[in-house]
Design a protein around this ligand. Structure first.
Ligand SMILES: [Zn+2]
Length: 57
């Protein structure tokens, strides 16, 4: 089976896995480490990519 890396990168499931790896205890703000964040739509060029808005910053 041939795996296309681009498909893996763009697949929304892959983003979920990456989030799990990066923030195993939930998503935190990269600036203030706050867990008080809200989902803020999706990336304009990458619809599978969730964007977040921090309440602390
Ligand atoms: Zn923050």
């Amino acid at each position: 089976m041939l795996i296309h890396i681009q498909n893996l990168v763009e697949d929304s499931g892959c983003y979920a896995v990456m989030r799990q790896l990066r923030w195993p205890e939930g998503v935190h703000c990269p600036h203030c480490q706050s867990a008080e964040i809200a989902k803020r739509g999706f990336h304009s060029q990458q619809p599978a990519r969730q964007r977040y808005q921090c309440h602390g910053c």
